[in-house]
Design a protein around this ligand. Sequence first.
Ligand SMILES: [Mg+2]
Length: 203
Amino acid sequence: MIKPDIVVFDLGKVLLDFDYSIAARKIAAQATLPLAEIQKMFDHTPLLYRYETGLMTQAEFFEAVQQITGFQGTSEEFSSFFADIFWEIPKMVELHATLRQRGVPTYIFSNTNDLAILHIRRNFPFFANFDGYILSYEVRAMKPDPRIYEALEELSGKRGPEILYLDDRQENVDGGAARGWQVILQTDPAHSRSLVEGLGLLN
Ligand SMILES: [Mg+2]
């Protein structure tokens, strides 16, 4: 094991927890489609995939949601409902701050969309404190597509075991491990912290 040069964080379920059912309930209150169907729309549907791969604009996404759900509210209402689903995982935000104090460069590496990122920038100050951001909708590729991993390597100038990567999804960490990155499958924050510590990054 070599000590990694940089630490790459997935966002959802690593630094921020989220629950799409919060959005689904607010949208359902102004829509014709039943709540359970609206919930399904957010669970890895082709629609969300297209939006988060940057193949669809925010306006096109809103139009599609209107058509599918019969949502009667405004685009602004939809945007705030859709994006306001996150809360911090304090131990992980703290781990990130400690890495910064130790001078370790850090990166965000996320399958996400512009509405979520706008909301997160406004509401979570820690999000400003990374050396770089690789976001699926900007790169037009979603993890575990190798193209998004290449984008992270290009941006950081790091390769293989120089990179430590934390993600809560097995297929995503597998994508990193396949490139020789050191990986941590996040299950609980205390476990992730102890693994990061074991690599000598908190000394
Ligand atoms: Mg995640």
